[in-house]
Design a protein around this ligand. Structure first.
Ligand code: ADP
Ligand code: ZN
Length: 531
């Protein structure tokens, strides 16, 4: 904002060279910047690491006035502003971490026209005092970062974002840029509508991250599997391990440390100081592993994250894509690795059932989970599936850089196996009025006389021992896939298995049940390259 606008885009290019030291724009950046500099509204969908920041930073520098950046990432504002200041950009922020005096300084700078960029948390924008301040200064543009947070359909809804629709009414002449890395059609439409940006131009970058290798392995002993994966493929590399619960975050970080891998925990239960310290170590040090709940990583700009590992199933494909997207922002080969098993399906289904949300919320959560399960159980190229989910056509039918491409899984006709599982559930329910979980069902099928089998006389059932042809792992795989396909459901807090409406068609032999064969051995890059 300190340089007068001469000719729109050449001014932008000059700013890219002079301020940021880059040679050229990437992908859609130039088109977005040109459009916004000229005063247009824009919706920008770009994957993590795609370079969204320049799409509003450069127009803020080129247009007269201050660029107001709305971001939910309070913890990162200080870092972002420091990084910009180091480049000579006059940047400031206002959030709850500041005291009164610090805020007064920023306010004065803004009013004096001495700021190119001002970062604000969305809850601050709702305050009359903030709106009043903004109307007394000159605004170059509004940038709404992480704009998917306005969408209730999405996975990261923040009520404060709803108030952002007023920006367009209050400042009709100030261009707005909404940016996000989440791009399903539903989120996209909801975002445009909720932010009242019907005339915005849409810029959609490719969501493919060709340098990330996607792999989903069957979960057996997840901590040990993780350790083997790290030792074999990512010794000394920085990476993020995601777990669902704080407890497993702590246990996993501990386990890795005891086994010679430097790892620190990160979750909302740690105090702010510890969290900040672990985050800054991760950004600064070279080979640190952060074990975290999903609270970690949003907006983290560390280019050389070599792997993202999931020990628990993400709740949605959007979440999975965002989390895995934190790997390999420098474009070098990286791995997205996940261990996934029967208990993940049961646990997530239970979580949805016991959630406080209304019926509509539950239906949405179930739809999100189903899409995630379909990705896990797919025998097709994972990348192709991911891109298709985001409404994009993959460049090739097979990417050659995911586990299903490297070692195509075999499928088999699981109709009879499915019937055996389902009839066991039926027998228990109809003949005994009982409901049991997966462990008991598999024990019955395999003819195991465990204490619990004896206790309930389950060795007297006609289905006892009819499943000796498959291993325990294979049976768990069958149950898991039946759950994933909606042919079996979870009920109650104990994870008991019950039939669904669709189960009948299998029991009546009206349909076949193709299943994915459980791989004997997990794929590694090593076994893949020798294949
Ligand atoms: P996003 O917000 O989309 O995740 P960022 O804006 O943080 O991505 O950019 C990701 C990385 O790419 C940053 O390190 C940034 O400096 C770099 N980058 C962005 N645009 C360019 C460019 N035109 N040339 C070189 N590097 C770029
Ligand atoms: Zn593939």
């Amino acid at each position: 904002a300190h340089t007068p606008v001469a000719h729109g885009d050449s001014e932008a290019l000059a700013t890219l060279h002079r301020v940021f030291g880059y040679d050229s724009f990437r992908g859609e950046q130039e088109a977005v910047i040109e459009h916004v500099v000229a005063g247009g509204d824009a919706v920008v969908l770009m994957p993590t690491g795609g370079g969204k920041s320049l799409c509003y930073q450069i127009p803020s520098l080129v247009r007269p006035g201050t660029g107001i950046v709305v971001s939910p990432l309070i913890a990162l504002m200080q870092d972002q502003v420091d990084a910009l200041r180091a480049l000579g950009v006059r940047a400031g922020f206002m959030n709850s971490t500041q005291d009164f005096d610090e805020r007064r300084v920023v306010e004065a700078e803004f009013l004096a026209g001495e700021l190119d960029l001002l970062y604000l948390a969305p809850e601050r924008l709702r305050l009359d005092s903030t709106l009043d301040l903004l109307s007394r200064g000159k605004i170059a543009l509004f940038a709404i970062d992480e704009a998917h947070c306005v969408s209730q359909w999405g996975h990261d809804f923040r009520p404060d974002y709803l108030a952002l629709s007023l920006l367009g009414e209050r400042w009709p002449d100030v261009p707005r840029v909404a940016l996000t890395a989440t791009a399903t059609r539903a989120t996209h439409e909801e975002l445009t509508q909720r932010l009242h940006m019907p005339t915005a131009r849409h810029f959609v970058a490719s969501f493919d991250r060709p340098n990330i290798q996607y792999r989903i392995v069957p979960k057996a002993d997840p901590k040990k599997q993780l350790l083997a994966f790290l030792r074999e493929e990512h010794a000394g590399d920085a990476g993020i391990v995601y777990c669902l619960s704080r407890k497993s975050v702590e246990a996993t970080a501990d386990f890795l440390t005891r086994n010679g891998i430097e790892a620190v925990p990160y979750h909302a239960g740690l105090d702010a100081g510890t969290r900040a310290a672990h985050q800054s170590r991760f950004l600064r040090e070279e080979g640190l592993v952060v074990v975290a709940t999903i609270a970690f990583g949003m907006g983290i700009d560390k280019p050389d994250v070599r792997f993202v590992a999931h020990l628990d199933l993400p709740k949605s494909v959007e979440g999975y894509y965002q989390e895995t997207g934190r790997a390999g922002r420098d474009g070098l080969p990286s791995t997205a690795w996940m261990a996934y098993g029967l208990n993940d399906v049961i646990q997530q289904r239970k979580l949805i059932q016991s959630s406080e949300g209304d019926e509509a919320f539950r239906r949405r959560a179930a739809a999100h989970l189903d899409a995630m399960l379909a990705l896990c159980e797919s025998a097709r190229c994972r990348r192709g599936q991911l891109l298709a989910y985001f409404g994009q056509d993959p460049d090739a039918a097979d990417c050659g850089n995911c586990d299903t491409c490297l070692t195509p899984p075999e499928t088999w006709d699981g109709t009879v196996a499915a019937q055996k599982v389902l009839s066991t559930v039926v027998r228990l329910q109809r003949e005994r009025g009982q409901k049991f979980g997966a462990v008991q069902i598999v024990d019955i099928l395999m003819g195991k006389r465990t204490a619990k089998v004896i206790q309930f006389d389950h060795d007297q059932l006609s289905v006892f021992g009819i499943g000796e042809d498959l291993t325990e792992g294979e049976w768990r795989g069958v149950v898991r896939q039946l759950l994933a396909q909606g042919l079996l459901a979870v009920e109650g807090d104990y994870g008991t298995l019950v039939l669904t409406e669709a189960s009948g068609s299998v029991l009546r032999r009206e349909r076949e049940v193709p299943l994915r064969k459980e791989p004997k051995k997990a794929v590694t890059s090593r076994s893949a390259s020798s294949a």
